[in-house]
Design a protein around this ligand. Structure first.
Ligand code: IMP
Length: 422
């Protein structure tokens, strides 16, 4: 089993890369997160953002697993499937999406609670996507949630109704203005009926049997390393395990079965939501980068914060995941600059040099190394040998610092605009 995951704060361009390589696999599998993800894929010049559906969905013959470590919102899933069928009517998701019986549900009140907690002065504002992700995962840990397999039980409806009513009582007492309970529960149970058309099974058994038959699995990470619940910039993180080890636990596949670990990173950094971002740019260039790189959330549309590449954070992510190949994206967005900055360490308020991004303090000041910029028309570059020397030097610098090869270089937003480097 190989893994693709993000090394920064998400939005590194994982969807496009997975779409490219998924033809080499029999199965793509999501192991964490839910509808908070936004993996953008291009098809015939049009773009679709997948939230819950694995990115191998367009590949004929590829099975797409929604694994145990994910949280599934049936209402959002139904909308996504209907959208997908409008986008491409040749796709048959009922035949090639397989859902874990042990994946947890995101309930309608989880989404309301997410909005409430984000807006209430009594809680830290994280800047979430308001998809109820933290509420579903916290109820899972509390052992108070319902799972996909529960939808076949005769008391499922009453169990869900009980949770919805309990949450409603609490939110109403807090003074939140709420949609009608009847409306949201009807919408939920209609989506559950829709979900029952899909193959819901023990995906652990399915995946391990597939490996036993020599089939190839690509595990698809959502969000990214610096948003990991344990190793990210807590509390400004998501609520799941976004790292390579999370693929193993989220899919029920032994770490011994992991092969290649592709780490996707941009040539600069972006972040949506709150939290530490030492290399953030607040000047005109930061805005220019946002526009040129089209840095607006694919899920929520929020403008992304932009900044220079953060090498200590990237080294940390490579270490945590055991990345075997770097997939670098958006170097083309930096084209035309005289020089390009990379943060090589931080300086703390007392003047101490800090190279460890594991406990990234809010006030860490970036210390930059400036490298010569590159200028090229990337649309005509079809071979790594034709890359500008300055960009080759930039890539060599990263390879030496991170001690891993650059396996792929994305040279533009289009599906074909990617170079295999090794
Ligand atoms: P949540 O996952 O919706 O609870 O949001 C927690 C944090 O993770 C927020 O800062 C979000 O902006 C961020 N986040 C969640 N999903 C993504 C994603 O797919 N890309 C980038 N950031 C994300």
């Amino acid at each position: 089993m190989d893994i693709v995951l993000g090394l920064q704060w998400g939005d590194e361009g994982k969807g496009k890369f997975i779409d490219l390589i998924s033809e080499n696999y029999d199965i793509t599998a999501r192991f964490n997160g839910g509808s908070n993800a936004g993996h953008s894929i291009e098809r015939n010049g049009r773009r679709i953002t997948l939230k819950m559906i694995p990115s191998g969905i367009f590949m004929k013959g590829v099975q797409n697993v929604i694994g145990t470590g994910t949280v599934l919102d049936p209402v959002s899933f139904k909308k996504e499937i209907l959208n997908l069928q409008v986008f491409d009517n040749t796709v048959q998701p009922e035949n090639n999406v397989i859902i874990s019986l042990k994946a947890h549900f995101v309930l309608p009140t989880h989404k309301l609670l997410d909005v409430f907690m984000e807006e209430s002065p009594d809680y830290t504002t994280i800047g979430t996507t308001k998809n109820g992700i933290a509420q579903a995962y916290s109820n899972k840990i509390l052992r108070q949630n319902v799972r996909v397999g529960d939808m076949f039980a005769p008391d499922f409806k009453s169990r869900v109704q009980h949770i919805l009513e309990r949450d409603y009582k609490m939110l109403a007492a807090e003074g939140m203005s709420l949609p009608s309970l009847e409306e949201i529960s009807n919408e939920f149970f209609e989506a559950i009926d829709f979900l029952k058309n899909f193959n819901c099974t023990e995906t652990e058994i399915y995946l391990n049997a597939a490996l036993g038959e020599g089939k190839k699995i690509l595990a698809e990470g959502s969000q990214a390393t610096m948003l990991d619940i344990d190793h990210g910039t807590y509390p400004y993180v998501t609520s799941s395990s976004t790292i390579a080890a999370g693929a193993s636990s989220g899919l029920g596949v032994s770490p011994k079965k992991i092969g290649e670990i592709f780490g996707v990173a941009k040539a600069y950094c972006t972040r949506v939501g709150n939290g530490a971002f030492p290399t953030e740019l607040f000047d005109e260039f930061g805005e220019e980068l946002r526009i040129k790189g089209n840095e607006f959330g694919s899920n929520t549309g929020r403008p992304r914060r932009t900044g220079w590449l953060d090498l200590p954070a990237l080294k940390y992510a490579v270490m945590i995941n055991g990345v075997t190949q770097l997939v670098l994206t958006k170097a083309d967005v930096l084209s035309g600059l005289k020089s390009v900055a990379v943060c090589i360490h931080y300086e703390l308020e007392d003047g101490t040099i800090e190279t460890n991004a594991g406990t990234l303090p809010e006030n860490a000041r970036p210390v930059f190394k400036w490298l010569t910029g590159w200028d090229a028309d990337f649309s005509v570059i079809k071979d790594s040998a034709a890359l500008p020397t300055e960009l080759k030097d930039f890539l060599s610098f990263l390879e030496a610092e991170l001690e891993i090869p650059v396996g792929y270089l994305s040279t533009g937003p289009g599906r074909e605009e990617i170079l295999k480097m090794i």
